[in-house]
Design a protein around this ligand. Sequence first.
Ligand code: SF4
Length: 226
Amino acid sequence: MREEEETIKTITAEPGVKGAPRATGVYIMYDAEGTVIYVGKANDLKARMQQYFRLGGDGRRSVPFLIEKVRKIEYRITGNEARAFFLEDKLIKEYKPHYNVLRKDDKSYPSLELTVLEPFPRLVAAHRHLKKGSRYFGPFVVGVSAAELLRRYRDRFQLRRCTVSQLKKGKPCLYAQIGRCCAPCSGSVTPEEYAEKLEKITASLRRYERVQIKLEPEASETGEKQ
Ligand code: SF4
């Protein structure tokens, strides 16, 4: 791992598209005090910066605030997606950047949705219980967050992450390589085996919901804040 890290090329540049390499890797954004405020990864770092720095950012609400604060960007060229994934993970754990934490703890997505009308359903964050036929869990507002539950169940049960059209292409992606998807796209899991996973997840999430119902009145009576 140490050797691998040493082969990663680092480029430092001003905020903006200029200086961003056409390469796969990780970008680290610093503020005026030299604090790491955001870490991300991209297949094409230059294209990613174009999304950030074009007018209005990439659509995420926090991006204009983030861009306003960035004073320096460091690019680490990993050469492939898997190394970028692990490096990003490691740097986020190390620096706990403010804007990564904001995205992770996004309380505007308090529920989870199981897309049961799709083949090999996905578990995703949900704002409201809107789609007919989908199965919803939550809202989780007491104790463990929806974001934490999503991470926990999706990784542990290696659920599908891609769109249905990607699934139909039959080509396993990076998530299969790093053991975070059981790759139903390649036929390595049967619909029955996958359904067993979903049953376990459903039972477990329903237990979390009951905890919410039990604790919520108590929490609001004592004025406890999440
Ligand atoms: S491994 Fe296959 S099923 Fe899993 S996310 Fe990737 S493309 Fe989709």
